[in-house]
Design a protein around this ligand. Structure first.
Ligand SMILES: Nc1ncnc2c1ncn2[C@@H]1O[C@H](COP(=O)(O)OP(=O)(O)O)[C@@H](O)[C@H]1O
Ligand SMILES: O=C(OP(=O)(O)O)[C@H](O)COP(=O)(O)O
Length: 403
């Protein structure tokens, strides 16, 4: 079934349209380090403003715990949106409280307001249907229709992504439409060899997708924070690196399954181990099976793949015809741990086929490391969302729009 699109909502002039964006931008000291997700939201918002709709932008940022937390305020994103739109964009101090209600009530056609972080409210991410529905009803009371344009979050069954679209006339925005169109090409009919490169820090989310990816891919390349659960599954000590201890047995089964299916599993042969998590940490390159042999012993933390691994990853990517990459290979935000991520990005720019980078931090990484968007086939605003789409799964935020 095709996605329902904005046109299906009929004329929107003077109507209050809630737009669910993904403005979950990377921040350093309160400053946006990559505004890609704000820029990606402009198409839909501008199209609605041209129709003289009243636009209410809603989004999450980070993972606050269901209550207000200033470090996760949407203020930087709202300010950037205003700069890019060339109009003053006020930010409500709450999401469905008095500030939001009065700003929405006073909204003029052709103007935008941003409501504060959805995840400051426990109903947004509640596992209890009635709690999510109740929060969605409070959002729904503020608008005439909802446009779902936060592609990065369509894999989450959350109030603003799923329940809200059941309570109001709903349609996909331009970004969601465009993302689905490109990524759908990677579901059924990929040019082979097909390599998926994984990394990043949302380890349990990503370990979860591997089982369904194994029947689809020819090569699976693993770096980033998730690699240490693989190394632990092989029986290696990983010092103080990120580790999902309760996933070790699952990962052992995945390694065996990759072998059974003839999927080439590329794991690091060396690791860059640091004495602490810091930009100026001391570091050493050590074999992947001897992480605790560095001078830092068991307190060493793996913050990047090592140089031999970077070469091996680049080689595994080089002759692939389709590559999907989500998750930095290391803590690229610290220059001395960015080499693995840089090597992967470089390799993707050289393949003779379709290269796709997905994820907020992965997109930020390629841009901050000096690559330009046009060096890749597609840069997706969603990491987990793209991966779950590529698994062939139905995603709650798309299913509710008819896809
Ligand atoms: N070895 C590692 N240890 C800790 N964090 C890591 C490691 N490798 C990568 N990361 C972190 O992973 C983060 C991105 O992860 P994630 O959110 O999963 O990616 P994306 O947003 O692209 O989907 C980055 O901030 C990076 O610093
Ligand atoms: O950053 C995001 O996803 P990504 O890290 O998979 O790209 C989205 O904003 C979703 O955030 P969430 O993983 O906290 O639900």
């Amino acid at each position: 079934m095709p996605l329902s699109t904005i046109a299906s909502l009929g004329p929107l002039a003077e109507k209050t349209v809630i737009v669910r964006c993904d403005l979950n931008v990377p921040l350093k000291d309160g400053v946006i380090t990559d505004d890609g997700r704000v820029r990606a939201s402009l198409g839909t918002i501008s199209a609605l403003l041209e129709q003289r709709a009243k636009v209410v932008v809603i989004s999450h940022l980070g993972r606050p715990k269901g209550e207000p937390d200033p470090q996760f305020s949407l203020a930087p994103a709202a300010a950037r949106l205003g700069e890019l739109l060339g109009q003053d964009v006020p930010l409500a101090h709450d999401t469905v409280g008095p500030s939001a209600k009065s700003l929405v009530a006073a909204l003029e056609p052709g103007r935008v307001v941003v409501l504060e972080n959805l995840r400051f409210n426990p109903g947004e991410t509640s596992k209890v249907d009635a709690e999510r529905e109740a929060f969605a009803a409070e959002l729904a009371a503020m608008g005439d229709a909802v446009v779902s344009d936060g592609f990065g979050v369509v894999h989450r069954k959350q109030a603003s992504v799923y329940d809200l679209a059941k309570q109001l006339p709903a349609a996909a925005g331009q970004l969601v439409e465009a993302e689905v169109e490109v990524l759908a090409r990677l579901i059924d009919d990929v040019e082979r060899p097909y390599a998926v490169v994984l990394g990043g820090s949302k380890v349990s989310d990503k370990l979860g997708v591997i089982e369904n990816l194994l029947p689809r891919v020819d090569r699976l390349v693993i770096g980033g924070g998730m690699v240490f659960t693989f190394l632990a599954a092989k029986g290696y000590a990983v010092g103080s690196s990120l580790l999902e201890r309760d996933q070790i047995e699952t990962v052992k089964a995945q390694i065996a399954e990759a072998e059974r299916r003839g999927v080439r599993l590329v794991l690091p042969v060396d690791i860059t181990v640091a004495d602490r998590f810091a930009a100026d940490a001391a570091y050493e390159h050590v074999p992947a099976d001897a992480i605790e042999s560095s001078s830092f012993g068991a307190s060493g933390i793996g913050l990047d793949i090592g140089p031999a691994s970077a070469d091996a990853f680049a080689a595994a990517i080089a002759d692939a015809k389709t590559v999907f990459w989500n998750g930095p290979a290391g803590v690229f935000e610290f220059e001395q741990f960015a080499a693995g991520t840089r090597a992967i990005a470089e390799a993707l720019t050289k393949i003779g086929g379709l290269s796709v980078v997905g994820g907020g931090d992965s997109a930020a990484a390629v841009r901050t490391l000096g690559f330009s968007d046009d060096q890749f086939g597609h840069i997706s605003t969603g990491g987990g969302a793209s991966l779950e789409l590529l698994e062939g799964k139905r995603l709650p935020g798309l299913e509710v729009l008819g896809w």
